[in-house]
Write a protein that binds this ligand. Structure first.
Ligand code: R5P
Length: 300
């Protein structure tokens, strides 16, 4: 197998290749003066099984187009199979028509990947794993609960309890709680129909006082979701609040909001092309999780 990676994720690509005992090459790319993207694959890929590693943030549209260019080129040059490992899939949250006539963006993106010639798709912590039904080939959502639980264990938590922001995200919380061997619950949300304000509530049998609450989500974008839950859990007596989010976008004032809400630490993965230096954030390497899954499922 040959592992190809775009320059943004060179580090991950190299580790994955080492972990799989495969060859590795960085894809050459540049931007023309008018803003158009250029991609060149320098390796001879004829007859090769390719694992192509890419993220799609930031800039979503550019990263996606580069990926499509690369896949099409691989197909055109006779690659035997093309597996794509997306550390982050953009547009995942627009997964249905919330208002009539809206684009179901994740469907379009996944159909494009299928039709360009991706045989197998791996996505790290997709917003709704069920969206993978729009991809025509074999697809797998990678839940990074092992790398996060290892990190949390190394931090010496005494009495953790895992919290899911909503029902749709509960599969992540359950997976992490099972790795940590601790309790987990889904926070209850009530929206005031008149003011639109959200009120949180703990399930009846749950007590967080004196416990280290670990909020698990796929994405932190503006930080609002985690910040609201964090301040609620603090009011309920949690001794510490940790946020575990696979993809830390940290848009605008996100980090200030999280700090003000009493979040002690945010653990996030190196799934994006940017990295933010801030004491609140700790990056966890996703590579071991990719190597484990690819080793198990990939073309030998
Ligand atoms: C929403 O359903 C997602 O799972 C995240 O909870 C959401 O995208 C987080 O966004 P923000 O940080 O802006 O609240």
């Amino acid at each position: 197998m040959l592992v190809l990676v775009f320059p943004e994720l060179e580090d991950i690509g190299r580790k994955v290749a080492e972990g799989l005992g495969s060859r590795f090459q960085v894809i050459y790319k540049k931007v023309f003066p008018d803003g158009e993207s250029y991609v060149r694959i320098e390796a001879n890929v004829e007859g090769e099984d390719i694992a192509l590693v890419q993220t799609t943030y930031p800039e979503q549209d550019k990263r996606l187009l580069e990926l499509l260019f690369a896949v099409d080129t691989l197909r055109n040059h006779g690659a035997r199979s093309v597996e794509v490992i997306l550390t982050y899939l953009a547009y995942a949250r627009q997964d249905r028509e919330f208002l009539p006539g809206e684009a179901v963006s994740v469907r379009t993106v996944l159909r494009l990947l299928s039709s360009t010639g991706v045989d197998v798709l791996y996505v790290v912590d997709l917003h709704k794993p069920d969206s993978l039904r729009y991809f025509a080939g074999q697809a797998k959502n990678i839940i990074p609960s092992k790398v996060f639980s290892n990190k949390l264990r190394s931090m010496g938590l005494k009495n953790p309890i895992v919290v899911s922001p909503d029902l749709g995200a509960s599969h992540r919380a359950k997976a992490l709680a099972s790795e940590l061997g601790c309790e987990c619950f889904i926070i209850r949300k009530h929206r005031d129909r008149i003011t639109g304000q959200i009120r949180h509530e703990l399930p009846e049998n749950i007590d967080v006082s004196g416990k280290e609450a670990v909020i698990v989500d796929d994405i932190i974008s503006t930080g609002g979701t985690v910040a609201n839950i964090a301040s609620f859990l603090r009011r309920c007596g949690a001794s510490a609040v940790f946020a575990v989010a696979s993809h830390g976008l940290f848009v605008g004032e996100a980090l200030r909001k999280l700090k003000d809400a009493g979040v002690d630490k945010v653990l996030t993965l190196n799934t994006l092309a940017n990295r933010i230096d801030n004491d609140l954030i700790e990056y966890v390497d996703v590579s071991p999780e990719l190597i484990a899954v690819l080793g198990e499922y990939s073309t030998p």
